[in-house]
Design a protein around this ligand. Sequence first.
Ligand code: AMP
Length: 286
Amino acid sequence: MDLIRTAAELKAATDDWRAAGDSVGLVPTMGALHAGHRSLIQRARSEQDRVIVSIFVNPLQFGPGEDLDTYPRDEAADLAVTERDGVDLVWAPAVEEVYPPGVDLPLPDPGPVGETFEGAARPGHFEGVLKVVHRLFDLTGPSAAYFGEKDAQQLFLVRRMTVAEPEMGMTIVACPTVREASGLALSSRNARLAPEERQQASCLFLALTEAAEHARAGERDAQVLVALMAREIGGTTLARLDYAAVVDEATFTRAATIDAPSRAIVAARFPGARLIDNLLLPMPGR
Ligand code: AMP
């Protein structure tokens, strides 16, 4: 496994692979790798000739007062994971390699969806996400890039960006959310939850599954599902609800009724970390 730190080396390596006719899978991460990340890596490994994992805590997607400085970092452990999972190349750059001073990089516009939910809670977040993802795509020219459904709004916006730029000629592969037995979605930030918070953190998944059960039983009024989710999370002592909503899967805008594929999304603040989760709702009777 190659560990490289410069943009030039990354580009050269992937150019060589493409010239040899190899397909290239890219898994963008911020490190502190867990089983959720590994599911993306393993999927890429099973589908592509070459697999790149990027490890970069992107300062542009953190707002002032957010946890950029305390975001969990453990490069040695990450490299052991990527080695074990058969990754060909890890790119772990410094900030200046990603954003060379004086170079104007493309700044894809997240549009109105980028200002809702995560974008409302974290102004500028999706501009930062799309900028770094676009840069990664430019440098690596992947056949496919692997993203987790865990970050559904990010996935939606990245996918829309690539649809708007078909010349990139790549596929976005969505991978299911990996959860603990309690239902808590794995996240690098979970490490910062105290034991009692961690126990209560499954309220996000409980809220989502409650909404899904009611949808399956025929409830089509999104407001009813939102109220159920808000009550579940609101009734959890250490959680502060940020939002609970049902969005249309095709537009990521609020749905009034569940008559097209829809996703329940939630965010809550715990003392140690802010958590998000989501679940595709079953259509009635399915
Ligand atoms: P991050 O390191 O948090 O930026 O995440 C890197 C990628 O891993 C993103 O595409 C995430 O959606 C994905 N990811 C994070 N947690 C999970 C999880 N629990 N299950 C599946 N994918 C995940």
